[in-house]
Design a protein around this ligand. Structure first.
Ligand code: KMH
Ligand code: ZN
Length: 271
């Protein structure tokens, strides 16, 4: 089972939790602890020094270097960024090559209500980002906030933008999108193209419960402060590593073995 730590995000604030990593060094330190706790991959956004969301290439480069000097965890960069960002800004992490190249990048395959905002992904923009991911020679994680986004992956494959089977992330419980229910999860996993792998990222209080649902169903799971700041009701997680440790405990209790980064690379067909 591949555990991914979504460490930073664009929406979580230091006002909500003092444990959110912001600087490259903080991201590197927490990532190393996540790896030690059992995560095989980290999904990262970056922040400006004042904590506001960014997708700046140099901030990504610094974070990736701080992560890689400490551990071998796979690094997936966000191309979603924060709502309202333009496509070039969102793709900052996709300009990094050589030793700084990320291992994977997200690709959201549809627009969706996102709380009071709209996460805007018109079809030409999806194809633009998919082209940049392909040009960098890495694989996308297809982010599906709703069911039709799986159909869009099929369209992208027909048009030559991605290959299938692929790795999908079912993002469940965003306000205005598909709710976090086992019925939703079961439909999504039954609906992905044959041979595809999947991760489940459930929001807020659903996060850790859905690690168990994913574990029981042979899937993978994403936890972390991007999607949830609590370890239990009213108790803040003291870092992403604490959510990873709890996810690992629950996955093992369901009889699952945890993938190392090298095993995750193979399972997700990254090389
Ligand atoms: N922050 C959300 C609007 C991704 O990382 O690719 C989009 C997001 C998806 O977080
Ligand atoms: Zn993200």
């Amino acid at each position: 089972m591949v555990i991914t730590a979504a460490m930073v995000g664009a929406e979580t604030t230091r006002e909500q939790t003092p444990y959110l990593p912001i600087t490259a060094e903080e991201i590197g330190e927490d990532a190393a602890k996540c790896r030690e706790a059992g995560a095989a991959m980290v999904h990262i956004h970056v922040r400006k020094p004042d904590g506001s969301p960014s997708q700046d290439a140099e901030l990504f480069r610094a974070a990736i270097r701080e992560i890689r000097k400490r551990c071998d965890v796979l690094v997936q960069v966000s191309t979603g960024g924060a709502v309202g960002m333009g496509v070039d800004e969102r793709c900052g992490g996709l300009t990094l090559t050589g030793a700084d190249r990320p291992d994977m990048a997200t690709l959201s395959t549809g627009s969706v209500n996102f709380g009071a905002d709209v996460f805007w992904n018109p079809r030409p923009l999806i194809r633009d980002i998919a082209t940049r991911i392909k040009a960098l020679g890495i694989k996308p994680e297809i982010e599906c906030f709703d069911v039709g986004m799986i159909d869009e992956a099929r369209a992208l494959e027909k048009e030559g933008f991605i290959t299938l089977p692929a790795h999908f992330d079912f993002v469940l419980g965003v306000g205005g999108a598909l709710a976090a229910t086992t019925e939703g999860l079961d439909f999504m996993r039954s609906y992905v193209p044959k041979g595809s792998t999947w991760t489940c990222a459930a929001m807020g209080r659903h996060q850790l419960t859905f690690v168990e649902h994913a574990a029981e169903r042979g899937g993978n799971a994403r936890v972390g402060l991007e999607d949830n700041i609590y370890l239990s009701k009213g108790v803040l997680a003291k870092g992403n590593w604490e959510l990873v440790a709890e996810a690992v405990r629950r996955a093992k209790a369901k009889g699952r073995a945890l993938a190392t980064p090298a095993q995750a690379r193979e399972l997700l067909r990254l090389s």
